[in-house]
Design a protein around this ligand. Sequence first.
Ligand code: AMP
Ligand code: MG
Length: 417
Amino acid sequence: MITVDEALAHVLQRSTTLPSRTVELRDALGRVLAHDVVSDVDSPPHDKSIVDGYAVIAADLAGGVAELDVLEEVVAGAVPTRTVTAGTATRIMTGAPLPAGADAVVMVERTELLAGDRPRVRIADAPLRSGQNITRRGAAMRAGQVVLRAGQPLRPIEIGLLAEVGQARVDVVPRPRVAVLSTGNELVPIDAQPGPAQIRNSNEPLLIAAAERAGAEVTGLGIARDDRDDLRRLIGQGLDADVLILSGGVSAGVLDLVPEVLVELGVQPVFHKVRVKPGKPVWFGVLAGKTANTLVFGLPGNPVSSYVCFELFVRPALGVLAGHADWGLVRVSGLLAREHRQRGDRPSYHPALYRSGEQGNTIEPLTWAGSGDLRGLSAANALAYFPAGDRVFQPGEPIDALLLDERIGRAEPPKKI
Ligand code: AMP
Ligand code: MG
């Protein structure tokens, strides 16, 4: 049986980034940029005031105090018409272009408008440095400059930057298209009351949610019975996607027909069974298409096995398809918070609570009823890793864990800074 690392290497070898596509900027969040982006503007486009106040010649304030004639008022969006000369100032608002002649701006709070026929302002702000309260044209970026590189994941910050440089449409790596198919005679839809020996198809919503969180566009295909015709028909529909995720039917039961139907439909098997707990029966293969391949994952039916295999194998594949260089689960280490008894010849991933605090990090394996126990997994924010072999791990021993959600795992809320 191959190891998790070997299995993952097989998956990654067969995962390639999808061809890029042009999308509206508002659909680009979370995608990866497919080309370098060059700015078509200087930012800011002119020397600009960063405060409301008066544009002046700094040297006029060498004495600390000055009374100046006010030439005009320039608001953001307006263009100054007068040149500031010795003894004069222009009233200016935040963001407005600096008038010719001026080399600094005094905050309005340091000024006082004087009574009289002509507008005059008294300023007490010494010493004023040339350039004070001004951002120079092009300080943030210059027209012609590369501001984002291909491969950059697009967060709200980059969406704003792309808008600033006029990229109303951008080339991105699209979302992988994923199909999810649950198999099993015991399954009923989630809005049904299970009869004797029946359970709800919880894996479909679970796997759809997991794939969506990983950035995929997901279709649920419903439930296939453990029957060759039904499997053939529904698997056939799923093979149009970039990735087909099946749950159930890959173990050693008499009705575990998924691998043979997949092979019959032309899917090349790559591996079946991985040395891991939970998740041993996991199956992986590839359908070679005319233009693109479909990656096919047959996940074990038990919900926690399905989920763990999704995180270990499917999520990395989706990350590569979507163009992400960094697709892995976050690995953390900490001190074991309670005794843990590990048995068997497979390394295991055990639901756990990871806490990071001032005293260091701890990992607490949780009480868990096994691979069918989603409720137990729900209390966890991590999977504690225990290598194969029979042994009792003592409290305080350093161990590793994979974080299930990067945003949780803190013992205390982040400190105010
Ligand atoms: P299998 O891998 O098909 O042998 O399924 C193993 C066990 O997983 C079954 O006996 C069910 O208890 C459970 N199971 C299978 N499919 C699902 C599903 N779609 N949703 C929830 N549990 C499932
Ligand atoms: Mg089954």
